[in-house]
Design a binder for this molecule. Structure first.
Ligand code: AMP
Length: 283
């Protein structure tokens, strides 16, 4: 596996691959890899000639009181996991490589996509995400890029910016990978104590309950949200940031369920903010 830290070198390598008409699959990550990340890597390997992964803990997508400094990092472990998956190239730029002195350009997505749900509490978060993704797309020049449904809002933002800014990349979205008990895998799960981890399961239980209520004929969103609130807050003592039932296309809130709605939750177990979601197809 090639490990590249310089932007120029990564661009040269990608251009070289493009001249040889190789299809480049790209998986951007912040490292501390788990099976969720690796599911994206495997799909890229399956669908593309060359798989590129990036590891970059992007400072501009963290708020001033968020966990940028503590975000888990283990580059040696990540490298060995990616080697096992036969990844072709790992791009690991430094902060000063990505944001040198005088850096001044930010990508902003207007409206609901970046301002609702996670954008409400995490002001500026999606501008940070959008900016780094546009930079990475320009550097790696992938044909296809792979993202997890776990970060449903991030997926919408990236699809939107690729379309708006005419970036020729196919956005591929893969299902959320879970622990056997249902907890969505996340690098941030490392912060959880065993007791918090048990309570964190309340998020998955609430999502499952929403699915079951929908399957048994409930279609009033408020009743579903109330039940989810009880499970998350009362039964599992998590602090809710939001419970939303929205259109998958534009995050517009729904009063009544429709096939394909996104049910999304953000909640705190102690200091750790967790997100998860499901799409309800069967009503
Ligand atoms: P991150 O390193 O958290 O920025 O995530 C990098 C990519 O992995 C993003 O596209 C995430 O949506 C995806 N990802 C993270 N957790 C999971 C998961 N449990 N299942 C599937 N994809 C995931």
């Amino acid at each position: 596996m090639k490990i590249i830290t310089a932007i120029d070198e990564m661009r040269k390598y990608s251009l070289h691959l493009k001249h040889k008409h190789r299809i480049i699959g790209f998986v951007p990550t912040m490292g501390f890899l788990h099976q969720g990340h690796l599911s994206l890597v495997r799909k890229a390997n399956e669908e593309c000639d060359v798989t590129a992964v990036s590891i970059f803990v992007n400072p501009i997508q963290f708020g001033p009181n968020e966990d940028f400094a503590e975000y888990p990092r283990d580059i040696d472990r990540d490298v060995s996991l990616l080697k096992k998956e036969k990844v072709d190239v790992l791009f690991v730029p430094s902060h000063s490589e990505m944001y040198p002195e005088g850096y001044a350009t930010y990508v902003n997505i207007k409206g609901r996509l970046s301002e609702d749900l996670c954008g409400l509490l995490r002001r500026g978060h999606f501008s940070g995400v959008a900016t780094v993704i546009v930079k990475l797309f320009n550097i790696v020049m992938p044909d296809k890029s792979y993202f997890g449904q776990k970060d449903a809002q991030q997926v919408l933002v990236i699809k939107h910016l690729s379309k708006d800014l005419n970036i020729a990349v196919e956005i591929r979205v893969l299902p959320t990978v879970r622990e056997t008990d249902g907890l969505a895998m996340s690098s941030r799960n490392k912060y959880l104590s065993p007791e918090e981890k048990l309570r964190a399961l309340g998020i998955f239980r609430a999502l499952k309950t929403a699915e079951e209520m929908a399957a048994s004929g409930e279609f009033f969103v408020d009743r579903i949200k109330d039940k989810m609130k009880t499970i998350i807050e009362k039964e599992n003592k998590l602090k809710i940031d939001y419970i939303e039932v929205v259109s998958q296309e534009d995050l517009k809130p729904m009063k009544k369920l429709q096939p394909g709605v996104l049910v999304a939750v953000a909640a705190f177990a102690g200091k750790t903010r967790l997100i998860d979601n499901i799409v309800i197809d069967k009503l």
